[in-house]
Write a protein that binds this ligand. Structure first.
Ligand code: PLP
Length: 231
């Protein structure tokens, strides 16, 4: 069985190879290590290898880990569903929030983000595969939510996120391609919204072909998760 260090080095290597094939610059792709359900020691092991971007899914687990790890250059992303009674945990501890899909949550986050911190960097989650998941806004609602989020003082709109699921009607590539189109439209209106967070352990090479700038890898870095929490 491989160690976290070996898996991480192998992921960096594969990302560089894929980018070379595509003629794109690997420096424009951020590997985000998804550490949900994994112990602090696993995060520390990845950090020792030079990994700086980490993501969590469950607000309380995220806040606990973020308060216990004191590396000033570790960058936290929150990528899970968020209820309004948990927004403060994210406003306090995250640099990036990938799963914004409601104005109510956006307003709370902006209100709770302290002036001593940089604005929270947010991505709007798009429900690109229809039925497969409830999370995310419909593509047709994207520009109106973007407009409202753009007005909020303590949030900075930085791009889009999706968790496409393959279905009988639609291969995952089709969803990645639509996300790439939506991302280009969004960037025309909001030039800072350059990020496209898509691709996980089993489909990231394909996400890179459609312009992903952030790929979220859990299993590929930390191994199988032995339990899933439910909050
Ligand atoms: C768990 C999770 C991941 C990582 O999934 P793997 O298949 O283990 O790489 C990525 N994104 C989100 C939103 C997740 O919840």
């Amino acid at each position: 069985m491989n160690t976290i260090a070996e898996r991480l080095q192998s992921a960096y290597h594969q990302i560089t190879q894929e980018c070379t094939k595509l003629g794109s610059n690997p420096a424009n792709v951020q590997l985000i290590a998804v550490s949900k359900t994994k112990p602090l020691a696993a995060i520390e092991a990845a950090y020792q290898q030079g990994q700086r971007h980490f993501a969590e899914n469950y607000p309380q687990e995220f806040a606990d880990k973020a308060s216990q790890l004191n590396y000033p250059d570790l960058i936290w992303h929150f990528i899970g569903p968020l209820q309004s009674n948990k927004t403060k945990l994210i406003a306090e501890h995250a640099s990036w929030f990938h799963s914004l899909d409601r104005l109510k949550i956006a307003k709370r986050l902006s209100g709770q983000r302290s002036d001593t911190q940089p604005p929270l960097q947010v991505l709007l989650q798009v429900n690109i595969s229809g039925e497969a998941t409830k999370a995310g806004i419909q593509p047709e609602d994207l520009m109106s939510l973007a407009e409202e989020v753009h007005q909020l003082a303590r949030l900075q709109l930085r791009g889009l996120m999706a968790i496409p699921a393959p279905s009988d009607q639609q291969p995952v590539e089709h969803s990645f391609q639509r996300m790439q189109q939506l991302s280009q439209e969004l960037q025309q209106a909001y030039p800072a919204a350059t990020e496209l967070s898509m691709g996980m352990s089993n489909d990231w090479p394909s996400a890179l072909r459609y312009g992903a700038t952030m790929i979220r890898l859990g299993t590929a870095i930390f191994g199988e998760r032995t339990y899933e929490r439910n909050e």
